[in-house]
Structures are given as structure tokens and as C-alpha cells.
Design a protein around this ligand. Structure first.
Ligand code: AP5
Length: 218
């Protein structure tokens, strides 16, 4: 199965994509995670994108398109999380997938309001070592601010400050959300209310995906 997870910052794309990818045994490609890893390593890509990410702006399309192309060439099934984010990226992905004869099965739109996003993201913490995501309100680590998985002190992402989050949300509304129209013509769009708690969203998501793949097999 090939899916795109779409939605504003903090909608829960990463949280839900990890669960679906694990259950279906498919690759989870998070462009945000790939970029942050490059920044942590301090490689050429990381040096180019660090300032852009920290300001909450979008990394140039040419960089993102090349990066995703390299990733999906070798894969048959995957979830794209955080890509495409512009019309140019959607067109580039469409071209690559046509060349590879790997059409997208569905686009999952997780919808959440700006105020909910700001609330969630300001309490998000991440492990700088293994990348596990926490939330100081809804998903606390067992020991105060220490990663359950690897014991490292969890931190706040630099782009998770309220002013930057609001800027990211503005960019999402202006540039990314309209991309959904590109998919409306030819793709199944599954819209999920992301404001419910994590388990409820997961349940609804699996229900919808199950119904969708049954119809697909008929
Ligand atoms: P990226 O990392 O993709 O950021 P994002 O899209 O803004 O998404 P987030 O990671 O903030 O949120 P999420 O929806 O995954 O939510 P999560 O599950 O973590 O990108 C970062 C930056 O990289 C961009 O700003 C840009 O600069 C650059 N970039 C990346 N891709 C790019 C592209 N294609 N083109 C150009 N630039 C690109 O959940 C958030 C929090 O809420 C967590 O604490 C979680 O525990 C909690 N939570 C999740 N679900 C729920 C729930 N249902 N109820 C309560 N709490 C919840």
C-alpha cells in the first residue's frame, strides 16, 4: 500500500503514520525526520536546511523532490509523511510515481485546528537520540523527561516555539492545504478528525483504511 499523510503541523501525522507503518509492515518516510537527522549529523544537506527549519519555513522543492525520489525508488509500499507540501512537490511526485508505475492508493488528511496544534506542539518533546516523540500532557515518559526507549534526556524541537508554530500553521494554510485539490480529482481522500485522542484517531484510521482496501479488492 502507498499512502500520503497530510495535515497541519502537530496534527498527529507522525504519531499515526508510525502505527500504520508498523501494522502494515511498510516504510514510514517522514521528510521532517530525514531533514532533522541531516542537521544532527551536520552533513551538507543538514548545513543547507538547518536555518530554514528553525525558522519554520519550507525547504526548497528541488532539495525535497530529489530526496524523496531517492527514497521511493527502491520501495514498493510506503507512507509519505510531510511530503508533498507544495504544488510543485505534488507534480514532481506524480511524475516519479508514473515513471515507476507505483500509484498512490489514498491520501489521509488529518484535520486539527490552529489552537489545538499550538497546544499540542508546545508540550511536545522528542528524544534527540532515538527520535521517539512524547507529549508532556498526553504521552509522558515514565521517568521525568527521560526517554523510555534509550534513557536520553528529551528536548523541545527548536521549531516548536509558539511563534514558529503559528508561522508553520500559516504556511500550511497558504501553501500546503491547497495541494489537497490536486489529489481530489484522481485519488481517494480519507479525512480524519485529528482532534480526538490518539487511540480514537488510530481506530478511525484503521476502520477507514480497512473499508477502503475491501472496496479496492472488490
Ligand atoms: P515536520 O517534522 O514534517 O513537521 P510538521 O509537518 O510541521 O509536523 P510535525 O512533526 O510538527 O507534527 P505531526 O503532524 O507529525 O504531529 P506528531 O505526531 O508529532 O517538518 C519539519 C520542518 O521540516 C518543516 O517545517 C520544514 O521546514 C521542513 N520540511 C519537512 N518536509 C518538508 C517538505 N516536504 N517541503 C519543505 N520543507 C519540509 O504530534 C504532535 C504532538 O501532539 C506530539 O507531542 C504527540 O504526542 C501529540 N499528539 C499526536 N496526536 C495526538 C492526539 N490525537 N491527541 C493529543 N495529542 C496528540
Amino acid at each position: 500500500m502507498r499512502l500520503i499523510f497530510f495535515g497541519p503541523p502537530g496534527a498527529g501525522k507522525g504519531t499515526q503514520a508510525k502505527k500504520v507503518a508498523e501494522k502494515l509492515g511498510i516504510e514510514h518516510i517522514s521528510t521532517g525526520d530525514i531533514l532533522r537527522e541531516a542537521v544532527n549529523k551536520g552533513n551538507d544537506l543538514g548545513k543547507k536546511v538547518q536555518v530554514i527549519i528553525e525558522k519554520g519555513e519550507l525547504v526548497p522543492d528541488e532539495i525535497m523532490n530529489e530526496l524523496v525520489k531517492m527514497k521511493i525508488k527502491e520501495l514498493n509500499s510506503f507512507i509519505l509523511d510531510g511530503y508533498p507540501r507544495t504544488l510543485e512537490q505534488a507534480k514532481s511526485l506524480d511524475k516519479i510515481l508514473k515513471e515507476l508505475n507505483k500509484p498512490i492508493d489514498a491520501v489521509v488528511l488529518i484535520d486539527v485546528s490552529e489552537e489545538e496544534v499550538v497546544k499540542r506542539i508546545s508540550s511536545r518533546r522528542v528524544c534527540p537520540n532515538c527520535g521517539r516523540v512524547y507529549n508532556l500532557i498526553t504521552l509522558k515518559p515514565k521517568n521525568d523527561e527521560i526517554c523510555d526507549n534509550c534513557g536520553t534526556k528529551i528536548i523541545q524541537r527548536k521549531d516548536d516555539r509558539e511563534d514558529i508554530v503559528r508561522e508553520r500553521y500559516k504556511i500550511y494554510q497558504k501553501t500546503t492545504h491547497p495541494v489537497i485539490e490536486f489529489y481530489r480529482k484522481n485519488n481517494t481522500i480519507i479525512t480524519i478528525d485529528g482532534s480526538k485522542d490518539v487511540e480514537e484517531v488510530t481506530k478511525e484510521l484503521f476502520n477507514m483504511l480497512g473499508r477502503f482496501s475491501q472496496n479496492d479488492n472488490n
